[in-house]
Design a protein. Structure first.
Lengths: 155, 484
């Protein structure tokens, strides 16, 4: 397949009404604007509060998916890891992990896209819509990383 | 030496839940409690914000059932903008909101049945936890799993078409709705291909009910006797007694079916319902004032709605309702596992309602908003998937919120969940030397029947530990287990 035809989905999840928890959603919105301005029609975006069963159907039609979420983990700014399907039982099953979605997609549809999870460091999670300054810096880093990654993929 | 066993948090339940089971030296259970960290700060947070922000702002509370909060807040603000309660909206306003609500009910209940409940039913409560999940369902019952995925997706598409978008939907506004349903949206939901059409959803809803009823026949003891205990039940019903998930009057019945709250106007809920604070729990305990704190607690949710309603106004669901009521001798079912049955009847009812609404031209034309004389206080109630949800707001002269009180479904179910947990713990653990994973899951199954949602919607990576802690009678930690 020609790389230029690679079907790509950027899927940010989180709650933009909870400060830095919305980092993934903001990333998705920024990439949507950028891809439209560049005429990169094979790049689609999606977002939601959290992932759930139906997302297995949603990702099944793509070749490459990058999930993005805010992270409270001990990382500097962003961290990207390649996802492998995982059947691990989740703590909370009203929402599921990207690896679980990947596994469900494989089991139901017989295939799953190449997938990555971008962790974007966040700091505050209160009821406010405004992100923290440090989170905004990390968002910029994340946006630039994704742009470069996608342009490489589409060469 | 006695032991205190802590299950924290509870798996397949959103948010932070903890069960403490206190055993004495003989291995008998002295006390079982469900602890839930309820987030109350929101009511303080919204004070000083303009009232018209509420339907969007309240979605910050919960990423699991944002539509329920969105609609309950909008209903409270209908009163404040002078649009009345329920009946005051334009036909388009009310029907678009109902469509949104039935979409939410359909997708939420589908998630619960296919993802949370079916693994326990298909594989057994004490089966291997590696298999006892949706992946296990896919491997052995692929058709069922595919149906679960697509029913969730369909419900989400209904929400998107009515609320405008998946995150922070804006569809419901004080006094009405902000959009019509487009012809394209209607046709997609009515006749979409690749399973995405309402006739397929109705058919699958019926299949799920048949699946449950077959299981019930073969597993009567689990469905009928597991965690059984007498309870009162509360919900909205339509003025004529019909099941109504969007609007109505408040009715409560006792465990024998006698009315103990007589179809009252929920604007006056404060006259009938109060909340008790107990020292050991972060979450309050609502009760009916007339009955009192000790015995006035009640159950809400699908089981409660089947127990309070007189009938259902859609034919397929009505037939199932009659079977449900007949099975229980015409009296309320006091069997928590019957909540799964009730939930499936509501899935079917919601699908039937969606079809009726999609064929109603009021959704595509007509006035969107009603206006009237402003008031300074409003209450909005809705039957959320997990039960009755209360939103109560007061505003000042400058239109800013001065008071907010929210009673969420899971809070209403606080005492019954504690009762269920205790019933099961006593039954499966008394006298046992070793506490097995199967026993712990049995306790969780009892909780899951209520589908509690404890979400604060913040779910950032790395913020969700899962652990078991076991303490002795002197509060020394003797064992800790983590679930991955």
């Amino acid at each position: 397949m020609n790389n230029r035809n690679t079907r790509i989905l950027i899927y940010g999840f989180g709650n933009p009404g909870r400060q830095d928890d919305g980092l993934g959603v903001m990333l998705s919105e920024e990439i949507e604007k950028w891809s439209a301005s560049k005429g990169l029609t094979t790049i689609q975006t999606d977002s939601n509060y959290q992932l759930n069963l139906e997302d297995a159907a949603g990702i099944s039609g793509y070749d490459l998916v990058i999930f993005a979420d805010a992270s409270g983990e001990d990382i500097n700014d962003i961290f990207v890891d390649e996802l492998k399907p995982s059947a691990a039982v989740e703590f909370t099953m009203h929402a599921v992990s990207p690896a679980f979605i990947l596994h469900l997609c494989t089991q139901v549809y017989g295939h799953a896209p190449e997938a990555y999870l971008m962790h974007i460091k966040g700091y505050e999670w209160e009821f406010m819509a405004e992100m923290t300054g440090n989170a905004r810096k990390n968002l910029e880093i994340a946006i630039n990383w994704i742009k470069n990654f996608l342009l490489e993929k589409l060469k | 030496m006695g032991q205190k066993i802590t299950i924290e948090p509870v798996t397949r339940v959103e948010g932070h839940g903890k069960v403490t089971i206190h055993l004495n030296n003989e291995g008998k259970i002295e006390q079982t409690r469900l602890h839930i960290v309820e987030f109350r700060g929101f009511e303080r947070f919204v004070q000083g914000r303009p009232y018209w922000e509420m339907p969007v702002l309240v979605q910050r509370l919960c990423g699991i059932c944002p539509v329920s909060h969105h609609l309950a807040a909008a209903k409270a603000l209908d009163v404040i903008v002078g649009a009345g309660t329920g009946e005051g909206l334009t036909p388009t306003g009310e029907k678009m909101r109902r469509l949104m609500h039935y979409g939410q009910m359909f997708q939420s209940h589908s998630l619960h049945f296919f993802h949370l409940a079916s693994p326990d039913l298909l594989f057994g409560i004490d089966s291997d936890p590696v298999k006892r999940n949706i992946i296990g369902v896919v491997l052995q019952h692929k058709d069922l799993a595919v149906q679960g995925v697509m029913m969730r997706k369909y419900g989400q598409e209904v929400i998107k078409a009515t609320a405008g978008k998946k995150i922070h939907g804006t569809g419901a506004i004080p006094g009405g709705i902000n959009k019509h349903l487009s012809e394209e949206e209607r046709d997609y939901l009515l006749h979409g291909d690749d399973y995405m059409n309402i006739d397929r959803m109705i058919s699958w809803s019926q299949d799920a009910l048949e699946f449950f009823k077959e299981y019930h026949k073969k597993n009567v003891a689990i469905i009928d006797s597991f965690a059984e205990f007498p309870s009162s039940y509360l919900s909205l019903v339509r003025k004529d007694g019909a099941l109504d998930l969007y609007h109505g009057v408040l009715r409560a019945v006792d465990s024998e079916g006698k009315k103990i709250l007589h179809d009252v106007d929920y604007q006056d809920y404060g006259r009938y319902i109060d909340e008790e604070v107990r020292t050991w729990s972060y979450m309050k305990f609502p009760y009916l004032k007339e009955i009192g704190k000790q015995n006035g607690w009640y159950t809400v949710g699908p089981l409660a709605r089947m127990n309070t309603a007189d009938y259902i106004d859609t034919p397929l669901a009505q037939k199932e309702f009659e079977a449900f009521r007949n099975y229980n001798g015409g009296k309320p079912s006091n069997r928590p596992m019957h909540a799964h049955w009730a939930r499936l009847i509501e899935i079917l009812h919601s699908a039937e309602k969606i079809k009726l609404l999609l064929n109603d031209s009021d959704l595509m034309e007509g006035e969107l908003v009603t206006k009237g004389t402003k008031k300074f206080e409003g209450v909005g109630l809705i039957e959320a998937p997990r039960g009755t949800l209360f939103h109560h707001f007061k505003i000042g002269e400058n239109d800013m919120i001065t008071m907010a009180n929210l009673i969420v479904s899971t809070t209403n179910n606080n005492q019954p969940m504690n009762e269920a947990v205790n019933q099961v713990a006593v039954r499966v653990m008394t006298g046992k030397k070793e506490i097995t994973e199967g026993m712990l899951n049995a306790v969780e199954v009892a909780i899951r029947a209520y589908d509690p949602c404890l979400s604060c919607a913040t779910h950032a990576l790395g913020k969700m530990p899962l652990e078991f802690e076991i303490y002795d009678a002197d509060h020394n930690l003797i064992e800790r287990k983590f679930k991955d």
